[in-house]
Design a binder for this molecule. Structure first.
Ligand code: KG4
Ligand code: ZN
Length: 342
């Protein structure tokens, strides 16, 4: 079966085709980062308008690259939430109109389920059950995953997401949006031990996180440096390295704790922050020490994309969770949507 998948929950328009037996056939992506950079963050109305402009050309691209005609598509998947309402509506409408005009089934997908299952798009596929660390711009969660659609929340952030902590600290350091990757490269030339930043909730009994205090600590440190004179490039790099180390320390520590508590030997990391090299190295090292293994999505599929949506739909079909005989073209989008409701 060929599944055409659409994603437009935030600032990336993604379209992809996944075959239930052969896997990913083609995917195409347009990132709006350049457009939003001038504003220091995503402008929802601009995002929606740009998704409208991009979605059909991307759709033709994937069909061409997969060597398929429209008549070869068997089902249409799209991100139904969570995300920005106007942005979600674009591909939810296009996907359902496409499916209606070709009499195809529609498969609404939870964006985080897309991220959660995206490590299965890498050459080495993790088996169920596993612990998943979901670290994106909007979410930070530890889940126990027993199978497709079987997700148990183990812990989550009480305030800012890990990606948000990266982005907000990066902004304070004068870096462009989205700050995560910029902060990571600035940190490469820095000394992480020079500034001691807090590790909130690191030693709490639960598996929850809290990152909102970190940006305040970064701001306070910057203010102190400013009071002492001009902030040098080295100061900024050291502070970036300390920030990254604080975020990774807590994420890594709690992910390993979740593995120890659950007794599971597989960890899956998904979401934009999963692209972070230091986080990858830390978890590689620590899971090895535990006699366990960590799985990541391919780098290009860490941040938002259509492949993870088409793939999640394929997995739902294979797990018998989709009624392919149904024809529903009035699915609603959900800007807020708890993954545990699936
Ligand atoms: O999963 P994603 O594309 O979007 C959401 O669903 O939120 O994640 C985007 C987040 C942003 O906060 C971005 O700064 C962060 O992922 N990110 C990174 C890196 N690449 C992306 N954070 C740290 N290091 C990176 N290399
Ligand atoms: Zn995402």
């Amino acid at each position: 079966m060929n599944i055409l998948g659409f994603e437009s929950s935030c600032d990336e328009t993604g379209v992809a085709i996944v075959n239930t037996e052969k896997g990913l056939l083609a995917h195409a992506l347009h990132s709006q980062i350049d457009m939003h950079q001038a504003y220091g963050g995503v402008v929802p109305e601009l995002a929606s308008r740009d998704h409208i402009r991009r979605v059909l050309p991307l759709c033709y691209d994937v069909l061409k690259n997969a060597g398929l005609a429209v008549s070869d598509i068997d089902a249409v998947a799209f991100t139904a939430g969570p995300g920005l309402s106007g942005a979600l509506l674009v591909t939810a409408s296009v996907a359902q109109a496409f499916a209606w005009s070709h009499d195809l089934p529609t498969i609404p997908i939870h964006h985080l389920e897309g991220h959660l299952l995206s490590p299965m798009l890498a050459p080495e596929v993790p088996e169920f059950p596993f612990v998943a660390l979901l670290v994106s711009g909007g979410h930070t969660q530890l889940m126990r995953v027993d199978g497709v659609g079987q997700y148990e929340l183990l812990g989550e952030t009480l305030d800012d997401a890990a990606g948000e902590a990266f982005d907000k600290s990066a902004k304070l350091l004068g870096l462009p949006y989205p700050g995560g990757p910029h902060l990571a490269s600035l940190a490469e030339g820095g000394e992480a031990d020079r500034f001691q930043l807090p590790r909130p909730l690191k030693h709490s009994q639960d598996l929850d996180f809290s990152f909102s205090g970190l940006k305040t600590a970064v701001l306070t440190t910057l203010r102190k440096l400013e009071a002492q004179g001009a902030v040098s490039e080295q100061d900024r790099a050291d502070l970036a390295a300390a920030t990254q180390a604080a975020i990774i320390d807590v994420l890594g520590y709690k992910a390993i704790k979740a593995m120890k508590q659950s007794g599971l030997k597989r960890l899956v990391v998904a979401g934009g922050v999963g692209a972070n090299r230091q986080l990858r190295d830390f978890l590689d090292r620590e899971t090895q020490r535990l006699g366990a293994k960590v799985y990541f999505p391919p780098l290009a599929l860490c941040t938002d994309n259509g492949a993870m949506i088409a793939h999640a739909a394929a997995e739902r079909i294979k797990a018998g969770l989709v009624d392919l005989s149904a024809r529903n073209y009035s699915h609603r989008i959900r800007t807020r949507w708890d993954l545990a409701e699936l």
